[in-house]
Ligand binder design. Structure first.
Ligand code: SAH
Length: 277
């Protein structure tokens, strides 16, 4: 029987992209790990900051155009830990928000591998935040829902209740949609069909906290054309709700960070929410 002690797997959030938005604990674990398995969403700056003596294994869902099957990732985590390695499983944002961290934790537990969750700043909160849009606000929003926009809203067994989400937005809540670029037309149509007002403010934040971050704003009726004209691509976060209007009030003084200062100006496509109806 092997006397080797099983290593620990750390399910670590890398934050939204800017390496300075990683936790101190994530930094320490990356510096001392034996091996790091990372997703493609993890910012290049974060990956580049991993010391050269740490083995780095990209297992991004689309690394080199190929998907690494989840079962294979699960298996590699267990094998590395059983070989006595200290393993970091690094994910963009927070490891438990639309990142399969929960499934990996279950798999590790089933195989008696000790693990620890190291939370990261999720893009669901960071992206609106850096764009001057507070997900909650005493005067505008007391509820926050974070959903995946990846599902087909017309699918009968859709996991999302668009009527409920529409009610939330109507009541002044904030809806944050991740993975929602491809299905933006479907999702905005689903909200409209469920009765959300056409002039409800919407923002999209592309590559938040990275040097080429871009923000576009519009309304439920205009955002599809605006995003299309601007060529918004994943990864981007979509925010629906009155809080988007706060950006307009604060934009004048926003953007003192390096990332914002260097961001390409998307002015032709930025529609002030008050001018758009
Ligand atoms: N675990 C991640 C989310 C993974 S799902 C987190 O907590 O942030 C992938 C989606 O996250 C993308 O489609 C996009 O909607 C969002 N996302 C992640 N990083 C982003 C970034 N820097 N800017 C904008 N959106 C981002």
């Amino acid at each position: 029987m092997s006397t080797m002690t099983t290593g620990t797997v750390y399910l670590v959030g890398a934050g939204p992209g800017d390496p300075e938005l990683m936790t101190v604990k994530a930094r320490r674990l990356l510096d001392s790990a034996d091996v790091v398995f990372h997703d493609s969403l993890v910012g290049d700056g974060v990956v580049d900051s991993i010391p050269h003596d740490v083995r780095v294994e990209p297992v991004g869902k689309r690394a080199g155009g190929e998907r690494t099957p989840q079962a294979e990732i699960n298996d590699r985590l267990v094998r590395a830990a059983r070989a006595g390695r200290e393993v970091v499983r690094l994910k963009g944002g927070d490891p438990t928000i639309f990142a399969r961290g929960g499934e990996e934790a279950e798999h590790l537990a089933r195989h008696d591998v000790p693990f620890e969750v190291v939370p990261g700043i999720t893009s669901a909160v960071a992206a609106p935040g850096v764009a001057g849009i507070p997900p909650t606000h005493r005067d505008h929003a007391s509820t926050l829902a974070v959903v995946t926009g990846h599902e087909d809203p017309t699918k009968a067994d859709s996991a999302l209740d668009w009527d409920a989400l529409s009610g939330l937005v109507d009541a002044g809540g904030t809806l944050v949609i991740l993975m929602g670029v491809g299905r933006l037309p479907d999702n905005t149509a689903a909200l409209r069909a469920a009765g959300v007002a056409a002039d409800t403010p919407v923002a999209m934040i592309e590559r938040a906290t990275l040097p080429d971050e871009r923000v576009v704003t519009g309304t439920l009726d205009t955002i599809v054309d605006i995003a299309d004209a601007a060529g918004i691509e994943p990864p981007a976060v979509t925010v629906v709700g009155d809080v988007v209007g706060v950006r307009e009030t604060v934009a004048r003084c926003l953007g003192s960070s390096d990332a914002m200062a260097e961001a390409p100006v998307a002015t032709p496509h930025v529609v002030g929410v008050t001018d758009s109806d």
